[in-house]
Design a protein around this ligand. Structure first.
Ligand code: NAD
Ligand code: TYD
Length: 340
């Protein structure tokens, strides 16, 4: 079996590629990533020399590059992880989100259809559903889409293009919508790795607003196991929520990190809130559990300390990201060369 993975140098995609090569050695991977600021080839260093993994630096929104790629390989499946993924960046400039997340998805759908790829999986997010109040029931797959940030809107638009490809062209697509991920190799602009790195360096921990926004945290490996489960068993055209039923106010996550790192709460610094900040996310993943038999394997109580330990042991990894040194590694490997 040969699959196309997009965004496989980012946080979730690189964990997916590494885990798939470990657990399913019969699955060959072509990994396409543009290596934006969030793409880090160092995440894939352990795959050097692995003939079952081919890395291609290319832009999924570049139709010519994707046509060449689909012409060179016969794929049994597409796993589309690539995206601009940070809400704060989308507030500063939404344009890259429109191009990479929306246009990129349509190009991949078109190529997958033209080349009769038998299965296409779209990696989406709980943020397409908008926000919840404190007593609201968790999002289900039938909750209306009501995205609030440009990031969430671009992901919702991409989901609707996938839906249209199923409805109009009869494509065999599935969509996964997952809650907030944490774990190794997450770019330290997102809450958990940012707070761990700042705590380790004794820098202030910036908490937006009152810190009482709630997120539903899931370990990246649980997410990726669910992605495979949906690819293998999901109904064609199906949408599946992924979550670990693990809601935490941000401030409690920050305090748990400080305690794990052994630093005082005086490092907490309340800062101006994010504009349009979603108050609460919570996922109802009973469809995935009951229909496909998936369940999460890790609790936050074990996963968060293990993640803090990973960032402690891999200080060099995030220090190279924070200093920008990680870019020199792939520039040396790939230069500015783009496409395939
Ligand atoms: P990330 O920002 O760490 O990685 C994204 C990767 O996509 C990067 O390597 C980047 O270089 C690549 N990329 C961006 N635009 C590209 C393009 N045009 N062509 C090729 N590659 C491109 O993001 P992540 O946290 O790993 O998220 C991966 C996917 O999972 C995204 O689709 C995101 O919306 C979704 N998701 C993330 C979370 C989360 O908590 N991080 C939760 C649910 C869903
Ligand atoms: P983030 O990791 O950016 O994920 P998302 O916005 O997609 O949920 O943020 C998680 C939560 O943490 C969110 O409520 C915003 C908050 N946050 C802070 O309070 N301070 C920070 O420095 C960051 C990056 C996030």
């Amino acid at each position: 079996m040969k699959i196309l993975v997009t965004g496989g140098a980012g946080f979730i995609g690189s964990n997916f590629v590494l885990r798939t090569r470990r657990q399913r050695p019969d699955v060959d991977i072509v990994n396409v990533d543009i290596l934006s600021y969030a793409g880090n080839l160092e995440n894939l260093k352990s795959l050097e020399g692995d003939k079952g993994h081919v890395f291609v630096r290319a832009d999924v929104a570049d139709r010519d590059a994707m046509e060449r790629l689909f012409g060179e390989h016969t794929f049994d499946g597409v796993f589309h992880f690539a995206a601009e993924s940070h809400v704060d960046r989308s507030i500063l400039d939404a344009s890259p989100f429109v191009r990479n997340n929306i246009q990129g998805t349509q190009v991949l759908l078109d190529l997958a259809r033209a080349h009769a790829v038998p299965r296409y999986l779209q990696v989406s997010t709980d943020e397409v559903y908008g926000t919840l109040g404190p007593g609201d029931p968790a999002f289900t797959e039938t909750t209306p889409l009501a995205p609030n940030s440009p990031y969430a809107a671009s992901k919702a638009a991409a989901d609707l293009l996938v839906r249209a490809a199923v409805h109009t062209h009869g494509m065999n697509c599935v969509i996964t919508r997952c809650s907030n991920n944490y774990g190794p190799l997450q770019f330290p602009e997102k809450l958990i790795p940012l707070m761990i790195a700042n705590a380790l360096e004794g820098k202030p921990l910036p908490v937006y607003g009152d810190g009482m926004q709630v997120r539903d945290w899931i370990h990246v490996e649980d997410h990726n196991d669910a992605v495979w489960c949906v690819f293998d068993k999901g109904q064609p055209g199906g949408v599946y929520n992924i979550g670990a039923e693990n809601e935490w106010p941000n401030i409690d996550v920050v305090k748990a990190i400080l305690s794990e790192v052994g630093k005082g709460e005086d490092l907490i610094q309340y800062v101006t809130d994010r504009p349009g900040h979603d108050r609460r996310y919570a996922m109802d993943s009973s469809l995935l559990r009951e229909e496909l038999g998936w369940s999460s394997a890790r609790t936050f109580e074990e996963g968060l300390p293990a993640t803090v330990a990973w960032y402690l042991e891999h200080r060099d990894w995030w220090e190279r990201v924070r200093s920008g040194a990680y870019r020199a590694y792939y520039e040396a490997q790939y230069g500015q060369r783009m496409g395939v």
